[in-house]
Write a protein that binds this ligand. Structure first.
Ligand code: HEM
Length: 447
C-alpha cells in the first residue's frame, strides 16, 4: 500500500480536482486523508466497477441528503423499495420516451438563443442554468415548473454548500438551517405543481404524471411521500449537471473552431433534410461525441465516496467492512494509463471505430451498474440538442476559454463564464427550420 497522502489542509472538494489526478499513477489503491477521514482511491477499473455497480449503495452525509431527497432513487438504500420505484421512472426515461420531448428542448434552446443579440454581454453560466431548468420542467414536471425555478436553484445551492462543508469536516449549522427553510418552500411549490397535474386529464405527458399514476395504484411502495421524494431528487440530480455540460461543451467548442464547424455542418444538413425533432439527435452524431468527450473531461460528479459494505478483496488485499473508498470519474478520465493524451479534447475517441480503445469501466460519467443515472438518456438528448443549436446559430467570444470550475459535490462554473455575442443567425437564415423545428410549441403533436 502507498504512503498516506494528507489532503486535510485542502478546504474543499475543489482542491481535490488538482490534488487527486497525480495519484492515478501511484498504484491500484492509493491512501489519502481528507475531511478528517482516511480514504482509499481506487485506480483499477475492475475494482472501481465492483464498488460503484453494487446496488446497495451507501452515502457519506446520508442524513443531510435524506432530509432533502427522502427515499428518492439517488439515496434509496432499501433495494426492495428502490427497484419498483426505479422501474416507474426508468420506463418514462427510456430513449423512446424521452425523444418525444426533443421538440420542446429545441424550442427552449432557440428561445434562449433568440434572446441574445450581437454585441450583448452574456453570462453563459446563467443562460445554461435557465435552459437546463426549462428542459427539466418541460420533460419531468410540466408548464407550472417555470414559476418555481428560483426556489429549485436556491435549494440546490444550499444543499451543495452544506454537503461540501460536511464532506470536508466543517459542518455548518447555519447553512443547514437555511436549507431547511428552503426545502419547506420547495415542498410547497411542488405541492402546487402536483395539484395542477392531478387536475389535468389524459395520458401521461411528463415523468411527474407517471409518478402520480403509480401513487394512485395503492401499492404501499408508492405511498406518500413518494411523489415528493422522487420529484425533488430529479430536480436536484438533473439540473446543474446538465447545465454545466451544455456550458462546458460550448466553451470547448469556442476553443476548437474546427470541431464547432463540423457540428454546424451537421446541423445544417439535418435542417436541409428536414429531419423531425425526435430524430434530430440521431442526425447529428458528432454532437453526441462532443458531449461524451465533455463528460470525460468534466464529469459532473467527479468523486463518489462509498464505505465498503463487507470485507472486500481489492487489488489483491482484503479491505475491512466500513473502509471508505473513492471511485473517481475525474481521476480515471484524466489518467494517461486509461486514456491517450487525456487532457486533449478529442471527441472522435468516442467514434464507433475508436471507442473500443477505451478500457472497460474506465469511463463512467453516469455511474455504472444498476444504480447508473436514470436520467442519462434525457440528459444526453437535451445536452446534444442544446449544444448543437447554440454552436450552429451563434458566435460567442469568451473573455477566457479557460474553464474556471469548482466542485461542491458536482462540477460547476466558478465564474459567470462571460462572453460577448458576436453573431446570432436569424430565424430566416436557418434552412429547413419551418419543417424540421417549427411547430414544436407547447401542446402540439411532438408530445
Ligand atoms: C450530465 C448529466 C448527468 C450526469 C453526469 C449524472 C450523473 C449521475 C451519476 C454519476 C449517478 C450515480 C450516482 C451514484 O452511483 O452514486 C446518477 C444517478 C442518478 N441520476 Fe443522474 N446525472 C445526470 C443527469 C440526470 C438527470 C437529467 C436526471 C433526472 C431528471 C438524473 C437523475 C438521477 C437519479 C434519480 C439517479 C439515481 C438513480 C438510482 O440510484 O436508481 N440525472 N447520475
Amino acid at each position: 500500500m502507498t504512503p498516506m497522502h494528507l489532503f486535510d489542509e485542502a478546504c474543499s472538494t475543489t482542491d481535490l480536482l488538482e490534488l487527486m489526478p497525480p495519484l492515478a499513477l501511484q498504484g491500484d489503491v492509493v491512501r489519502y486523508r481528507y475531511g478528517g477521514q482516511d480514504r482509499l482511491l481506487l485506480n483499477d477499473p475492475e475494482d472501481t466497477y465492483r464498488v460503484v455497480a453494487d446496488p446497495r449503495k451507501q452515502f457519506a452525509a446520508l442524513p443531510l441528503l435524506q432530509r432533502v431527497m427522502g427515499e428518492g432513487l439517488l439515496v434509496a438504500h432499501d433495494l426492495e423499495r428502490w427497484k419498483p420505484r426505479r422501474l416507474v421512472v426508468q420506463r418514462e426515461m427510456s430513449p423512446g420516451k424521452v425523444a418525444k420531448h426533443a421538440g420542446l428542448v429545441m424550442e427552449n434552446t432557440r428561445r434562449v438563443v433568440d434572446s441574445w443579440s450581437p454585441g450583448q454581454r452574456i453570462s453563459l453560466r446563467d443562460e445554461v442554468n435557465r435552459l437546463a431548468l426549462d428542459n427539466l420542467g418541460d420533460t419531468v414536471f410540466g408548464e407550472e415548473f417555470a414559476g418555481h425555478r428560483e426556489i429549485v436553484r436556491e435549494t440546490l445551492e444550499l444543499l451543495l454548500e452544506a454537503f461540501d462543508a460536511l464532506e470536508s469536516g466543517q459542518r455548518n449549522e447555519l447553512l443547514e438551517q437555511r436549507l431547511e427553510e428552503s426545502i419547506t418552500k420547495l415542498e410547497a411549490a411542488l405541492a402546487g405543481i402536483v395539484d395542477g397535474r392531478r387536475a389535468s386529464a389524459g395520458d401521461p405527458v411528463y415523468v411527474l404524471d407517471v409518478l402520480i399514476r403509480a401513487a394512485k395504484s395503492g401499492d404501499p411502495v408508492f405511498a406518500d411521500p413518494f411523489i415528493r421524494d422522487e420529484s425533488i431528487t430529479m430536480m436536484i440530480a438533473g439540473y446543474d449537471t446538465t447545465a454545466f455540460i451544455i456550458g462546458a461543451a460550448t466553451v470547448l467548442l469556442a476553443r476548437h473552431p474546427e470541431a464547432r464547424q463540423r457540428l454546424r455542418a451537421e446541423v445544417e444538413a439535418a435542417r436541409t433534410a428536414e429531419v423531425a425533432p425526435e430524430k434530430f439527435v440521431k442526425a447529428v452524431p458528432f454532437a453526441r461525441l462532443v458531449i461524451a468527450e465533455t463528460l470525460r473531461l468534466y464529469p459532473p460528479i467527479p468523486f463518489m465516496h462509498r464505505p465498503l459494505l463487507e470485507d472486500q478483496v481489492i487489488a489483491g488485499q482484503t479491505l475491512p467492512e466500513g473502509t471508505l473508498v473513492t471511485a473517481s470519474a475525474w481521476v480515471a478520465h484524466h489518467s494517461p494509463k486509461l486514456f491517450k493524451d487525456p487532457l486533449v479534447f478529442d471527441p472522435d475517441r468516442f467514434s464507433p471505430e475508436r471507442r473500443t480503445e477505451i478500457p472497460r469501466h474506465a469511463y463512467f460519467p453516469f455511474g455504472m451498474g444498476q444504480r447508473t443515472c436514470v436520467g442519462n438518456h434525457f440528459a444526453m438528448l437535451s445536452m446534444a440538442i442544446a449544444v448543437a443549436l447554440i454552436a450552429a446559430d451563434t458566435d460567442l467570444r469568451f473573455d477566457s476559454t479557460d474553464l474556471a470550475i469548482e466542485a461542491p459535490i458536482t462540477l460547476r462554473f466558478a465564474d459567470e463564464a462571460l462572453a460577448t455575442v458576436t453573431d446570432v443567425r436569424g430565424r430566416d437564415d436557418r434552412p429547413g427550420r419551418d419543417s424540421a423545428e417549427a411547430g414544436c410549441t407547447r401542446g402540439d403533436e411532438v408530445r
